[in-house]
Each structure stands twice: as C-alpha cells, then as structure tokens.
Design a protein. Structure first.
Length: 202
C-alpha cells in the first residue's frame, strides 16, 4: 500500500515505487535480464539442453523476457502488491502474460522461438505453460519484496554517463540482433563463436 508523504514506516520488503525514473527502468531491465540469463544457463546445464546460448542479444548477456516481466510486475498497482501472496498471484499472471507476448512478437516479427513448451503437454501455443507459470509467481514475489529493495539503491546510484553508455550499447545491440535474427532465423547464432563459424563456412 502506498504511504502518505512523510511516512517512514513501510512494511518489510515492500518497495514497489510508483515514480521510477527512466534510468531506473533501464538498469532494472538489464539487471533482471542478466539474472535471468544466469538462471537460464544453470537450467541449460542441468537439463543438458542443446541450446546453450540462452540470451536474447548478440553482445549483452541478457534475457529480455526476465527484464520485461520484472518491469511489468514492479508497475503493478499497490492493491496487487500489498502482500506476498498477492504478489505471487498477480506477479505470476503478469509475468506469464509478458512471456506470452515476447514469444508471440519474436515468432511473428523475427521468425524465431527462444523457447518451446510443447513438450510439457500443458502449454498454450508453445509460448507459456502451467509449470513455469507457477514458478513465475513465487519468483516475482521474492524478487520484488526481498531482492529489489537491496538492488534499488545501487541502481539509483549509477552515474549518468554510464547510463548513457548503457542506452547506446543496448540500442546498437538490439539493432544488430534484430538484423541477425531476420537474416538467419537462428537463436544459436547469438554467440560470436557460432556466428563466426557460420560466416566462415558460408
């Protein structure tokens, strides 16, 4: 629940802000996208997946779906984030909706699928599935209530010149990533080693 001006007593872990700045959105996106990338690498290692790149950009080690999902969860209204279980419910639904939208856009606009849940037999158009939708809820709640409050001061302290550099890098990386995916329609080429091998073999 949003607090009145001057009230310094907030519930433990409750730090969902309604007035985030543009730089905070950027660094939240990059931070949670990077944490998602690490999570994906661990998952690929444990499951011995044939897709080992596990990122959404050519240069940056970032999974955009995690960053976008967390931005959407952080933007939820106060009455949906006032308790852990509200966060788990509405955060899980929100993150799953973002996951569906990201998959839909990548499939229709770029001709690639970064994940395919059809093997779970509990999927919706291969884009989302019940097991991972259930994971999104607690993951979002724990992140918003306990992890984001720890990261927020550090993200707010990033100097403007570094934020500008990050914007420029993200913009350039997005351009070359989209161009590469439109040309080859292969997510595994979001790795310099595999991309150079492909170019040399052509």
């Amino acid at each position: 629940m949003a607090l009145a001006s001057g009230d310094t007593h907030s519930p433990p872990g409750h730090t969902v802000s309604r007035k985030e700045t543009l730089p905070m959105y950027l660094w939240s996106f990059l931070t949670y996208g990077f944490l998602g990338y690490l999570l994906e690498k661990v998952y690929a290692l444990v499951t011995r997946s044939r897709h080992t790149v596990r990122k959404g950009y050519l240069l940056l080690p970032v999974c955009p779906v995690y960053g976008l999902a967390m931005l959407a969860v952080l933007a939820l209204p106060p009455d949906m984030t006032d308790t852990f279980w509200h966060l788990a419910l509405y955060g899980g639904l929100t993150a799953t909706a973002v996951e569906y939208a990201v998959h839909f856009c990548c499939d229709r606009l770029l001709g690639v699928m970064f994940w395919d849940y059809s093997s779970t037999k509990m999927d919706l158009n291969r884009r989302v599935c019940l097991p991972f939708a259930l994971i999104w809820g607690p993951l979002a709640a724990v992140t918003v209530r306990y992890i984001h409050p720890l990261l927020r001061p550090w993200l707010n302290a990033v100097p403007p010149w570094l934020t500008l550099a990050a914007w420029l890098l993200l913009t350039a990386d997005s351009f070359f990533t989209v161009r590469l995916l439109l040309q080859y329609h292969d997510i595994d080429l979001l790795s310099w080693k595999k991309l150079l091998r492909r170019r040399s073999a052509a």
